[in-house]
Design a binder for this molecule. Structure first.
Ligand SMILES: [Fe+2]
Length: 390
């Protein structure tokens, strides 16, 4: 752990999201913001749920009011595949679009990011995973993101997760195709149902936790992570119980964004490493799978992460002077947060069986998030974590 490393012994770099506007009602500025970036014809990438709820039309209305022609693309599914991405890229090429807006949770945002990457580079997803796209010629399409959930923080990161036709997950990154601008309007999250609020909120917390405690060094990322954890601890339960509480929704939206910044600077940990493998094998909700894995990775890490877990305990209300005792309190407080959120406690609940563990272990061992965990698990230890979480 590098908690006490003096600054003159470390080095780090900082990349922020280019531009962010936060505040209730700020989605109304989308049209003028897109127009200022040269938009004349925009593809609004979203999902069918937001179309049914009328939100896609309302957001498209803000673009149209500013004179930006807008077509809604609502084919994005949860855990998006290259099928939707390819369809979107074909539309962008064919129908003269000069702007991209993503409205939704991580799925729509990630699908739109990959559309931008493919549009710029013409590369397949396999090529993008290996080579990226940032060496490609040309200029990326203008791109604004409007999150409708608080969890993924995808608006703040350069990465995107997408599946191919066989269900294999690809994590791709591009600094140039990241959103040029994000509009964080907490009013858009008021109608998110309780269970989705819980699962996305735990995702935000686990981003912050993972980035704060992993083996990477970045004190500015740590500051974002600490504040994100404090905000989730303070607001998640209220946001679940009382969806219309704008104060709690605002706290969660800022937490999600700060946690996204933290992972873009430091990456995740083994909770995400093991969960990504789970999500490659079964179709499940990201935050639910993370919730089932979290306690086991926390206990596995405890002895290695004492100073950091003690700090987390303090920001969650823990008291005492004994660092090891506080760290154990931190683990208990984080598990209690998950229990109060009411998300999954066992991987069996998301469809995982004991006979899948060998395959999961091989996948998880290869993941970068697993490899940068503060205590790097070997294959036997990964399998044991899966068995414990089952
Ligand atoms: Fe996540």
């Amino acid at each position: 752990m590098n908690l006490t490393e003096p600054l003159h012994k470390i080095s780090f770099s900082v990349t922020w999201p280019p531009s962010t506007t936060f505040g209730a009602g700020t989605v109304a500025t989308l049209g003028t913001r897109a127009k200022a970036r040269g938009a004349t014809r925009a593809l609004l990438v979203t999902d069918v749920g937001l179309v049914r709820a009328g939100m896609a039309e309302r957001v498209a209305g803000h673009l149209r009011a500013a004179g930006v022609e807008t077509v809604i693309f609502s084919d994005v599914k949860p855990n998006p595949t290259m099928l939707e991405v390819t369809e979107g890229v074909a539309m962008l090429r064919r129908d003269g679009f000069d702007f991209l807006v993503a409205l939704g949770g991580g799925s729509s945002i990630d699908a739109a990011k990959v559309m931008s990457m493919q549009l710029l580079s013409g590369r397949s997803i396999e090529e993008i995973e290996v080579k990226g796209v940032d060496d490609a010629g040309g200029t990326p399409i203008g791109f604004i993101v409007v999150p409708s959930t608080s969890g993924t923080g995808s608006e703040a990161t350069t990465g995107a997760l997408v599946k191919d036709a066989h269900g294999k997950k690809y994590l791709v990154r591009s600094v140039r195709c990241r959103p040029a601008e994000s509009i964080l309007d907490p009013e858009l999250t008021i109608t998110v149902p309780p269970r989705m609020t819980a699962a996305t909120g735990m995702d935000a917390f686990i981003h912050a936790l993972g980035s704060y405690t992993n083996a990477q060094v970045n004190p500015i990322g740590d500051m974002c992570a600490i504040e994100a954890m404090r905000l989730v601890n303070e607001n998640l339960e209220v946001a679940i119980a009382d969806g219309g509480n704008l104060a709690a929704r605002s706290g969660m939206m800022l937490a999600s964004h700060l946690a996204g910044i933290a992972i873009s600077m430091k990456g995740n940990d083994a909770i995400h490493g093991l969960s990504t493998a789970v999500e490659s094998v079964v179709d499940c909700t990201h935050g639910e799978s993370l919730s089932a894995l979290m306690p086991h990775v926390l206990r596995f890490n405890l002895a290695t992460a004492v100073p950091r877990y003690a700090n987390i305990a303090r920001l969650m209300g823990g008291t005492g002077v004994d660092e090891a005792g506080l760290a154990a309190q931190g683990v208990a407080a984080m598990i209690d947060l998950r229990d109060r959120a009411g998300t999954c406690r066992h991987l069996a609940e998301v469809g995982i069986r004991a006979d899948m563990i060998e395959r999961l272990t091989a996948l998880a061992a290869k993941g970068r998030s697993t490899q940068i965990n503060c205590r790097r698990p070997n294959n036997e230890e990964i399998a044991a974590l899966y068995r414990a979480a089952l």
